[in-house]
Design a protein around this ligand. Sequence first.
Ligand code: PLP
Length: 364
Amino acid sequence: MGGVSARLEDLPLRADLRGQKPYGAPQAPLPVALNVNENTHPVPQDVADDILDSIARALRDVNRYPDREFTALREGFADYLGHGLTRDQIWAANGSNEVLQHILQAFAGPGRTAFGFAPTYSMYPLLTRGTGARWISGTRPDDFAISAMDAASQVADAQPDVVFLCSPNNPTGTPMRLDVIEAVYEATQGIVIVDEAYFEFAPRDERSALTLLPGRERLVVSRTMSKAFAFAGARVGYLAADPALIDALRLVRLPYHLSALTQAAASAALRHAPTMLGMVDEIVGQRDRISATVEALGFTAHETWTNFVLFGGVDDPAATWDALYDQGVLIRDVGIPHHLRVTAGTEDETTAFLDALASVGSAA
Ligand SMILES: Cc1ncc(COP(=O)(O)O)c(C=O)c1O
């Protein structure tokens, strides 16, 4: 096609989307990519083979629409999560981003608001505005760990329709105690989403917000297969909530939103949950090694229960990011002054990052 293409400003775009920036973590083909909190360990070969067999079987019926209720997959997630959950309490979609979008489509939208404690996951405001709702930013103290009293009072003041509690928080790694979640739930009549995308990297004996679900019909706990499960490319996220809340999500999802191939792949991967999660301890080990080493280099590492580390004391984050990039290491400048974020990789990737950082320096 020839001709001059139009500019965005020339199109009849919704007024509330004008001037907005799309999600834009750089996707650069560098040898060491530690910028979007993926699990950098590939799926083990025997599991990959079983997943492929399942996809091949699903392909035989791909002339038909898939099970719109993804029943087998919901049963798989209920089993995996435990806590006595049943499939009528489970929802899933193409990544937890879509799961969160479904919640916002049902409970936010024009004239409504969603709230989160900044800095937090950068997609929350984007997803909120995408539904025509307004985003309200709360605050965190300098160590990013918000208290129950502070959290409840901010939420009570803002009176949002939807509250996002990222637990543990991206991009800071900060754990969130269950008393904060309980206090926020009491402080609002809105939906409270606890985003546990990184829960599997928390200490083993920690309680999930899933334990708070009984009796709290406005509480949602979302999870993803993208992180601990090493399944980011398959795009599968899920949540647990009251069955009535799940019914609300049926009102906004596209029919057949989870393809037969996705359902087959995710169900097969869940059958191998212990193997898929086998790398979590190794990743936690590399994460703790990053924290200890950046501290030894003169930076400050924030407490983290995730697969990444936010470190401060960086004189010029943009310059350090560039210098690492030039050495083939991609990390993330999340816009927090004097901070950078790095995902824990394999042992070799982590070593490459730490060596590159040591050579670059830039500790204040
Ligand atoms: C806190 C948090 N929630 C949700 C997601 C979305 O994950 P996905 O859509 O891959 O499930 C991410 C991804 O980085 C995240 O950090």
